[in-house]
Design a binder for this molecule. Sequence first.
Ligand code: URA
Length: 193
Amino acid sequence: MKFSNWQELKDACMGCQNCPLGATRTNLVFGTGNENAEVLFVGEGPGENEDLQGEPFVGRGGKLLDKYLEAIDLSRDKNIYIANMVKCRPPHNRDPKPEEQEECIKWLREQFRLLRPKIIVCLGRISAQKLISPDFKVTKQHGEFFEKGGVLMMGTFHPAALLRNPNQKPAALEDFIKLRDKIEEVCDHTYDV
Ligand code: URA
């Protein structure tokens, strides 16, 4: 797969039936945001609301995520891109299976190839373990930056985990403040818009 623009990639992805999750989805959730963003956020996979609306992070967790983004002058409508490890909802919100992730990461790789982000933020364990390191521990390593192939990667708490454990919210805010500092250090235009 090699796509030269976002529309071609999106058109191909929207019809995907490469794993069993395609058969049970209402909508595929491709991703959203600025297609020239320097910062890419990667979640786990669509939940019920996302499956119904075809947009990532539109439920309660998404509203919370938007607050953290706003705190450091980021917005999905303006200067970041948001995607998920898997594009179709796993039944009953179970974790995506390794083979589903392996299949679907091909689409994420193409998104990455078109975007060429400087920073990737992994929201939660599933994306951090797949993209940063298989033994990544969110509670221990959140907010740390790792360099991989010229891209800076950071893992932080999944918004749904913050809704379950509000005591982790101050630590999550610190991660976002570290992210803002890193953006100011390495990005060219994220804060220009
Ligand atoms: N959780 C995720 O990881 N991604 C979404 O898009 C929604 C909820």
